[in-house]
Write a protein that binds this ligand. Structure first.
Ligand code: GLV
Ligand code: MG
Length: 318
């Protein structure tokens, strides 16, 4: 169930800003993540924890996935982030995002801490999910083990800014492109590696931030690339990026209609009434079981986004 949450747009909100935590309630993002990590200065982290607990308990994020990004395990803050947030607002929280995950052990450690907190606070054990951010080479080469490290893992997230820094790649995240080099190539391996782990273990694959927040065309281009590969959503750093994410990660109406049509048509043609055929022509297109599988993916994304079909399948006259 949880891996089916809508996550087309994942809005980053610094936990240090009660104003932004409040504003996020009214924005059309599928998911909100309240940050205690890199968008919050070290001296502001204790207050950020408190602001987040207050905002979660106050509520108003109805229909949105509520995630808190804690600091990574190499810092001195992680345990206190998790304890304060889950003890304070565990019942009103869906996931903890763990940044800079490098090994499966780091996920296991978070899982164990969450289990104890759930038990000691009367919360349902195992309900709080984990979102694992892959932000360096070690994390990427361990991504398969990370995806399987706990049943709580719901998403694998690409963190391009930290990743580029960690592998000494020139910063491409703001959209500029060295001459003669297609920026798409730079990310392709990383995105595909993350996508394979996510698909192999039934997790969602999420693309990270696009830093040039005023460049909506650039956002759509970069988001369109990960959407085309099969990613489920992308971060948004500014309200202006939300509509673009929701649009890019939803199927187009015509594709959604076509997918539903294929499902109905295939259902009919494989039935005794429809002639028990395994491969048939639907208009100019040959459809078979693999077409049904592709259609199921688009249909699931469309339904999760609340889309309605505009065309019905009509059985051919006998
Ligand atoms: C996100 O955390 C990133 O580093 O890109
Ligand atoms: Mg990062």
């Amino acid at each position: 169930m949880s891996s089916q949450r809508a996550r087309r747009s994942n809005l980053a909100v610094p936990g240090s800003s009660p104003k932004m935590l409040e504003k996020a309630k009214g924005l059309p993002a599928d998911q909100i993540f309240m940050d205690i990590e890199d968008a919050v200065a070290p001296i502001a982290k204790p207050d950020a924890r408190k602001n987040i607990v207050a905002a979660l308990n106050e509520g108003g994020y109805d229909g949105k996935t509520r995630t808190v990004r804690v600091n990574d395990w190499t810092t001195e803050w992680t345990y206190a982030d998790v304890i304060e947030v889950v003890e304070g607002a565990g019942a009103n929280l869906d996931c903890i995002m763990l940044p800079k995950v490098q090994t499966a052990d780091q996920v296991v450690a978070l899982d164990m801490l969450l289990t104890q907190l759930e038990k000691s606070n009367g919360l349902e054990v195992g309900r709080i999910g984990i979102e694992a951010q892959i932000e360096n080479a070690l994390g990427l080469i361990n991504v398969d083990a990370i995806a399987q490290a706990s049943p709580r893992v719901e998403t694998i997230i690409f963190g391009p800014a930290d990743f580029m820094a960690s592998i000494n790649m020139k910063s491409l995240v703001v959209g500029e492109q060295p001459p003669g080099y297609d920026v798409g190539d730079a990310y392709h391996y990383i995105l595909m590696r993350i996508l394979m782990a996510a698909r192999a273990y039934d997790k969602q694959a999420i693309d990270g931030p696009y830093l040039a927040i005023k460049d909506i065309d650039g956002y759509k281009r970069v988001a369109g690339r990960s959407a085309a590969l099969g990613f489920d959503g992308k971060w948004v750093l500014h309200p202006g990026q939300i509509d673009a994410a929701n649009e890019v990660f939803s199927p187009k109406q015509e594709d959604y209609d076509h997918a539903e049509l294929i499902l109905d048509a295939y259902d009919y043609y494989t039935s005794a009434e429809g002639g028990a055929k395994g491969a048939v022509m639907l208009g100019d297109e040959m459809i078979d079981e693999a077409s049904r599988k592709m259609a199921l993916v688009i249909s699931a994304k469309g339904r999760a986004a609340g889309m309605q079909r505009t065309k019905q399948f009509e059985k051919p006259e006998a």
